[in-house]
Design a protein around this ligand. Structure first.
Ligand SMILES: NC(=O)Nc1ccc2c(c1)=C(Cc1cc(-c3cccc(C(=O)NCCN4CCCCC4)c3)c[nH]1)C(=O)N=2
Length: 304
C-alpha cells in the first residue's frame, strides 16, 4: 500500500509517555488493526541531540523484525512537518510492571516463566549485537496471549559486526559521543543501571544481564534491589552492592540473582558464554522444568 500518514489512523488513548516520545493506541482505518504509535517531536529530538538515538531505535527494530517472539515489531514509520511516527505492535496487556504492582510479587512458577522468555529475547537481541541498556519492567510488555515483548529501543547500542561474537566487553568508546572519549552521555534508569556503566563507562551485553538480575529480584520481591530517595543515592547503593534479600526469597532465585548482580561485568553469569545462547544461565537450577524450545507456544501461567 501507499506510504501511511497520520490520517490513516484513528488515535486513541495515551498508553505510554517518555521524555522524548508519546505512545498512543491507534486503529488503522483501512484494516481495523490496532497499533501502538510512538510519536516524537522533531524539534525536541534535535534540541536535545537525540537524533542518533532515534536512528538506532529504528535500526534495532528493523534488525529484530523477523524474530518471531519477544519483541514489539516496527511496521512502518512516517513523518509530518513537526513529528516522527513509529507504528509498533500493540501489546494489549500492557506493562509487566502493572502486574508486579497488582499482585505484589510473582509466584515462583510465574517468575520462572517470564524470566525464561526474557532470557530468550535477550539471547536473540545480543546475538544481533543489540544492547538494550534500559531494561526494566516498564519496558517489558505482555501481548494479548500474555507472552513477553521487549519494547523501547530508544537507548540501544548496536555493536559493530566484528564485536558481536567477542565475549569480552566492547571497548569503552561509546557510540553516544562523536569523539572516541570515555564519556557516556547515556545512562539508563537508576534502579537497573549496571555498575560498569556507572564506573568505567563500559556498556556491554553484561549491562543487560545486570538488569536481568534486578528484574528477577523485583518479580519475586515486588521491588527492585537498589532503591533510594534519589538517583545519586541509588547509584551509591549499586556501587557498594548495598542490597539484601527479604525473608523467604527462594534459594535458587537468590543464587541466580547473586550470580548476575556481580560488580565485575566479566564475571557475571553468562558473560563468558560465546554462542548465541546463554547456556550457563539456562543451566541454572532456577530454570528447572523450563521447556526452552516450546515456551512461546505454551499457555503462560496465570498471574495471581
Ligand atoms: N517507549 C516505547 O517505545 N514504548 C512502547 C512501544 C511500543 C508499545 C508500547 C510502548 C506499548 C505499551 C502498552 C501500554 C498498554 C496499556 C496501558 C494502559 C492500559 C492498558 C489496558 O487497559 N489494556 C487492556 C488490558 N488491561 C491489561 C492490564 C490490566 C487491566 C486490563 C494497556 C498496552 N500496551 C505497546 O503496546 N506497544
Amino acid at each position: 500500500h501507499t506510504k501511511r500518514t497520520a490520517k490513516d489512523y484513528i488515535f486513541g488513548k495515551l498508553i505510554g509517555d517518555g521524555c522524548y516520545s508519546t505512545v498512543f493506541l491507534a486503529k488503522d482505518i483501512h484494516t481495523g488493526k490496532e497499533y501502538a504509535i510512538k510519536v516524537c517531536e522533531k524539534s525536541h529530538i534535535v534540541r536535545n541531540q537525540k537524533v542518533q538515538y532515534i536512528k538506532r531505535e529504528k535500526d534495532a527494530l528493523n534488525m529484530l523484525f523477523n524474530v518471531p517472539h519477544g519483541f514489539v515489531k516496527l511496521y512502518c514509520t512516517f513523518q509530518d512537518e513537526e513529528r516522527l511516527y513509529f507504528v509498533l505492535s500493540y501489546a494489549k496487556n500492557g506493562e509487566l510492571l502493572h502486574y508486579i504492582n497488582k499482585v505484589g510479587s510473582f509466584e515462583l512458577n510465574v517468575a520462572k516463566f517470564y524470566v525464561a522468555e526474557l532470557l530468550l529475547a535477550l539471547e536473540k537481541m545480543h546475538a544481533k549485537g543489540i544492547i538494550h541498556r534500559d531494561l526494566k519492567p516498564e519496558n517489558i510488555l505482555l501481548d494479548e496471549n500474555m507472552h513477553l515483548q521487549i519494547a523501547d529501543f530508544g537507548t540501544v547500542k548496536i555493536l559493530e559486526p566484528e564485536k558481536i561474537k567477542s565475549p569480552t566487553p566492547t571497548v569503552p568508546e561509546d557510540q553516544d559521543s562523536a569523539v572516541r572519549s570515555r564519556k557516556i552521555s547515556f545512562v539508563g534508569t537508576a534502579q537497573y543501571v549496571s555498575p560498569d556503566l556507572l564506573q568505567n563507562r563500559v556498556d556491554t551485553r553484561a549491562s543487560d544481564l545486570w538488569a536481568l538480575g534486578c528484574i528477577i529480584y523485583q518479580m519475586i520481591s515486588g521491588l527492585p534491589p537498589f532503591r533510594a530517595s534519589n538517583d545519586f543515592l541509588t547509584f551509591q547503593k549499586i556501587q557498594k552492592m548495598d542490597y539484601e534479600f527479604p525473608e523467604g526469597f527462594p534459594a535458587e532465585a537468590k543464587d541466580l540473582v547473586e550470580k548476575l548482580l556481580v560488580l565485575d561485568h566479566t564475571k557475571r553469569l553468562g558473560s563468558s558464554d560465546t554462542g548465541d545462547t546463554y547456556e550457563s544461565i539456562r543451566r541454572h537450577p532456577f530454570f528447572e522444568g523450563i521447556d526452552w524450545e516450546n515456551i512461546w507456544e505454551q499457555t503462560p501461567p496465570k498471574i495471581s
